[in-house]
Design a protein around this ligand. Structure first.
Ligand code: HEC
Length: 98
């Protein structure tokens, strides 16, 4: 009996490879670009309007979630413009800037 391997199995590795090689884009990155970049900059270091350097921040996710939701000083509150899930995403992204 002749062994038959379906053609799709042979091509599967080639189809899957580019998908796996693309780094995941965090949804928070877009939210960050829209809402935070003007003060904190793309890399978190811009410091406009007295914004703190996010690469040096020791605030954990919990603290950041509170701060982004409620604001502080010149940092605006985003609790009304972003959903809780979006705040979580943008906070997660901000933590990658360290
Ligand atoms: C209008 C300018 C402005 C925008 C827009 C802004 N920030 Fe800020 N951010 C500030 C300022 C000013 C501070 C310092 C607040 C203080 O302590 O008085 C700050 C502080 C922070 C801190 C605390 C850093 C630390 O450890 O002290 C985090 C985290 C942060 N911002 C994240 C964000 C994120 C995430 C966004 C977008 C959702 C954002 N900020 C948008 C101005 C801004």
């Amino acid at each position: 009996m002749k062994l038959r391997i379906p053609v799709t199995f042979l091509f599967l590795p080639f189809l899957a490879a580019p998908v796996l090689a693309t780094p995941p884009v965090l949804p928070g990155q877009l939210l960050y670009q829209k809402n935070c970049m003007r003060c904190h900059g793309a890399n978190g270091k811009k410091g406009a309007s007295g914004a703190h350097d996010l690469t040096k921040s020791n605030l954990n996710a919990f603290g950041r979630t509170y701060l982004v939701t409620n604001g502080m000083g010149k940092m605006p509150a985003f609790g009304k413009t972003l959903t809780a899930a979006q705040v979580q995403q943008v906070v997660a992204y901000s933590l990658t800037l360290r």
